[in-house]
Design a protein around this ligand. Structure first.
Ligand code: SF4
Ligand code: SF4
Length: 117
């Protein structure tokens, strides 16, 4: 019997990274003692920074690899900002982002496995 490896539904999505403006406090930058690579961000004001690619249309965070709905992976998953860490899978905002890109809410039987090994 063969089986198909299960993947997290986010890998077949990435809609949130193609929808929202991603801002966070400047102290989350690597240069400030945080984790987010500075080169992937730009300054909003003295206290806040934003992920490149998330402030113009079409939105696409520069940290994202793959395509919308296809092997969509955050290249800085372990270093991502609190804004991204606090974004809830299967939340209203998750559903809104998916709907904007023609995707239904995650299905009850979708496999839910951690993205990080
Ligand atoms: S919109 Fe929801 S399902 Fe899609 S990548 Fe973001 S959290 Fe995952
Ligand atoms: S940093 Fe990663 S999780 Fe956050 S918007 Fe960009 S690709 Fe998505």
């Amino acid at each position: 019997m063969s089986c198909t490896p299960a993947i997290h539904p986010c890998v077949n999505c990435g809609a949130c990274c193609h929808t929202y403006r991603v801002e966070f406090p400047v102290y989350e930058l690597k240069s400030m003692g945080g984790s987010v690579p500075d080169a992937l961000t730009h300054t909003v004001n003295g206290n806040r920074v934003r992920m490149n690619g998330t402030a113009q249309f079409p939105v696409r965070c520069h940290a994202l690899t793959g395509g919308l709905g296809v092997e969509s992976i955050c290249s800085i998953y372990e270093q991502r900002s609190s804004t991204c860490r606090n974004f809830d899978f299967d939340s209203d905002r998750c559903h809104e982002a998916r709907a904007r890109h023609g995707l239904p809410p995650p299905q009850p039987n979708d496999p839910i496995l951690p993205l990080a090994a």
